[in-house]
Design a protein around this ligand. Structure first.
Ligand code: NAD
Ligand code: UDP
Length: 320
């Protein structure tokens, strides 16, 4: 369904969050009309403040666990707290956001005939025993641990997306997002990139959990958003799931050293206990994204960190 003016009406749930705000910005740049829906649990008005006066941008405060009736052509479902600190704060609400939220956006997509994107996660692989992780890997997830509200909620959402596709023919796109960083990350949500940068800029100790030998692969936000848009623009049924992330893998010790060097910080590295169920390694196999979407990340960690540090530095100096 296209609007009379030829523009797509696009709903972004979780649009006031870190990834969502960058996506809203990009969709507006591409000429679309954007409806941002958010309950501001972890999102912030300041993330989208610069968009509020835009003639093609609307904001609705709404919780996706409740149904929403609007007319749209495309939906990006990003609503869900993403950092362990946030999603463990109210685990029942977290799983409801993934599961009820998925049902609500899928019903809406079915009603409107809209294509619908799901922001799934590498966490569906749990603490993986296959490395790197291809989409065909079923994962190794603890169903009753402290991370389960997020991991199992996202797994159930994937099931719902694929079942709405098979049963009702809804045009779904499921992306499994690996660790992503960039400007507008929350300064105190406990994620490693924001923690290390804030600690380095303040001259505080850099807290490495465990021995720092665990690995993650960090994707810069602009690269990720490009992947989202390519996935949604690709014609034909393409439900996925597709991994989106940067395959360059680093240990947390290497990350800490990079941040210390880039900030010229006098911070010292200290070691703290490893959280429960913390995955030891994570690296996306992005062969499918390369082949099907002609997509791969282009921003090196050093460059992306420098851009992120500049943003955090300005934010801290502004007293946030
Ligand atoms: P974020 O916390 O910055 O953004 C999530 C947004 O969803 C926030 O604005 C929050 O207020 C909103 N939200 C939460 N619950 C809601 C509800 N019930 N109703 C309406 N809005 C709600 O996190 P993010 O990093 O931008 O992540 C966005 C999405 O991408 C999430 O679904 C997350 O699971 C997924 N993801 C992110 C990463 C990453 O590295 N950032 C990795 C994998 C998956
Ligand atoms: N981590 C760390 N120090 C911190 C915050 C996190 O060493 O101050 C570690 C954490 O234990 C994990 C990795 O960094 O092994 C990535 O953590 P994050 O919460 O950013 O993402 P996730 O675990 O969800 O991949």
């Amino acid at each position: 369904m296209r609007r009379y003016n030829g523009r797509s009406q696009i709903l972004v749930t979780g649009g006031a969050g870190f990834l969502g705000s960058h996506l809203c910005e990009r969709l507006l740049q591409d000429g679309h009309e954007v409806l941002c829906v958010d309950n501001f649990f972890t999102g912030a008005r300041r993330n989208i403040e610069h968009l509020l006066d835009h003639p093609r941008f609307d904001l609705v405060r709404h919780d996706v666990t409740q149904p929403l009736v609007v007319e749209v052509d495309e939906i990006y479902n990003l609503a869900c707290p993403a950092s362990p600190v946030h999603y463990q704060h109210n685990p029942v609400q977290t799983i409801k956001t993934s599961v009820h939220g998925a049902i609500n956006v899928l019903n809406l997509a079915q009603h409107c005939g809209a294509r619908v994107f799901q922001a799934s996660t590498s966490e569906v692989y749990g603490d993986p025993d296959i490395h790197p992780q291809p989409e065909s890997y079923w994962g190794r997830v603890n169903p009753v641990g402290v991370r389960s509200c997020y991991d199992e909620g996202k797994r159930c959402a994937e099931t719902l997306f694929l079942d709405y596709h098979r049963q009702y023919g809804v045009d779904v796109r499921v992306a499994r997002i690996f660790n992503t960083y960039g400007p507008r990350m929350h300064p105190n949500d406990g994620r490693v990139v924001s923690n290390f940068i804030v600690q380095a800029l303040r001259g505080d100790d850099i807290t490495i959990y465990g021995k720092g030998e665990q690995t993650r692969s960090f994707c810069f936000v602009d690269d990720l958003v490009e992947g989202f848009v390519r996935f949604m623009q690709k014609d034909g049924p393409l439900p996925g799931p597709i991994n989106l992330g940067n395959p360059r893998e680093f240990t947390m010790l290497q990350l800490a050293e990079q941040v210390i060097n880039l900030t010229n910080s006098a911070s010292k590295i200290v070691f703290r206990p490893l959280p429960q169920d913390d995955p030891k390694q994570r690296q996306p196999d992005i062969r499918h994204a390369r082949e099907m979407l002609d997509w791969q990340p282009t921003v090196e960690l050093k460059e992306g960190l420098a851009r992120t540090i500049t943003w955090f530095d300005a934010m801290l100096k502004a007293g946030h």
